[in-house]
Design a protein around this ligand. Structure first.
Ligand code: MN
Length: 392
């Protein structure tokens, strides 16, 4: 937990990873406890500030695993998730975590139809739970579930009472993912102006804007960003750890000390553990992120990588690939064959380019290295066989 408190002192943006709580809550995703412990350790080694580990009130296995994760005494703060009631928090205390998320809905839709209670009761339950937690020396995030559909005056009142009861921050939950960045910026600015509270952005990706919304919140003054590896999370998922961290580094020029070089490994591991594929076009870590096929792009990248790459592939544990396909140019082909110790003449490269294009169009895909070699062998064979002037 040391790292978490140091980052707060330094005034840096703070990442709160909830792969192990919100990520596992995704329909169809089940991690084993061993996988959860391993993911927790990797996140810690990566430099994540706070790890939301799970929900102790679920009991049994979940509790045992959280206790074990706490026993590792990691640099990351370990947070447990709770509903706004004392029994949940007692279970978290039993696990020895240093931080708790205390969650209750604040929107009228949720209050009327899900909780079937009143705004007053919501404030009362939250206050009691937070007061109990703050007596036990816990760092407290009060989660306003469905905050993005909550009446602003009520949200302000909720945040004020939370602070009075001892809360350290408010988690602003865009539970169903209905924010857009401009609206997010305005709302978070207003919320901070009216309450002076520390805010955590917790955004969902239903319209593909989870990362953008979390960064808009940051720009408005929120210092905490909730993320998950690969954006794993309910429905379309959450803001992705790798996207947010690399955006902070390269678009905002803020160094939060996260070891991004391990991103591809982590993302692959979590993809496997969650039974999901890491699709080729996945921002930051997809296998296509550093694959160049078009002649113009490949030529540019070979001359100077920054022509078509924002950061270096080894920054996230990937490798650059020049893919040979329909859009390749003869320079890329020459370079590819140098990998096999074959130095093509310009004429040969031009001839091969034609053959390669027709095969890729037939196959509707790029070519494997072996297939390139077959085309080359056939080309040499045909060239030898072809009648040259004077043969007859
Ligand atoms: Mn969520």
């Amino acid at each position: 937990m040391k790292r978490f408190h140091e980052a707060i002192k330094e005034g840096l943006p703070i990442l709160v990873d909830t792969t192990l709580r919100d990520g596992e809550q995704t329909a169809g995703v089940v991690f084993s406890n061993r996988e959860k412990l391993r993911i927790g350790k990797i996140l810690n080694n990566l430099g994540i500030h706070q790890i939301e580990a799970g929900i102790p009130i679920m009991g049994g296995d979940e509790k045992e695993y959280i206790k074990e994760l706490v026993s590792y005494k990691l640099d990351s703060s370990i947070m447990a998730w709770n509903r706004a009631n004392i029994e949940d928090i007692k279970q978290s205390l039993d696990c020895g975590v240093d931080a708790v998320a205390i969650s209750i809905s604040t929107s009228d839709i949720h209050i009327n139809h899900k909780l079937r209670t009143s705004r007053e009761k919501v404030l009362e339950s939250m206050t009691k739970a937070v007061e109990f937690a703050s007596k036990h020396d816990l760092y407290i995030s009060v989660n306003a579930e469905d905050a993005s559909r909550t009446d602003m005056d009520f949200l302000v009142e909720f945040a004020r009472q939370a602070r009075e009861a001892g809360a350290d921050r408010i988690r602003y939950c865009d539970t169903i993912g209905v924010l857009e960045p401009f609206k997010t910026y305005d709302i978070i600015t207003e919320l901070i102006n009216k309450t002076g509270m520390e805010i955590e952005m917790h955004t969902h990706n239903d319209f593909g804007m989870a990362t953008a919304n979390s960064l808009a919140g940051l720009k408005a003054g929120a210092r905490f960003i909730g993320v998950t590896v690969n954006g794993l999370g309910e429905r379309a998922g959450n803001a992705a750890l790798e996207e947010v961290a690399m955006s902070l580094k390269h678009l905002f020029n803020i160094n939060i000390g996260v070891k991004t070089k391990d991103f591809r490994n982590l993302c692959e591991y979590v993809a496997r553990a969650s039974g999901r594929q890491l699709y080729p076009g996945k921002p930051i870590v997809g296998s296509n992120t550093f694959a160049h096929e078009s002649g113009i792009h490949a030529d540019g990248v070979l001359k100077h990588p920054s022509t078509y790459e924002v950061f270096s592939p080894d920054d996230v544990g990937l490798e650059r690939q020049i893919v040979i396909g329909k859009h390749s140019g003869s320079k890329a082909i020459k370079m590819k064959f140098v990998e096999y110790g074959i130095d093509l003449s310009n004429e040969e490269a031009a001839d091969l380019l034609e053959a390669i294009r027709s095969v890729t169009v037939d196959m509707k895909r790029t070519l494997f290295d072996k297939e390139l070699m077959y085309i080359y062998e056939d080309y040499l064979y045909e060239k030898k066989k072809a009648p040259t002037f004077g043969d007859r």
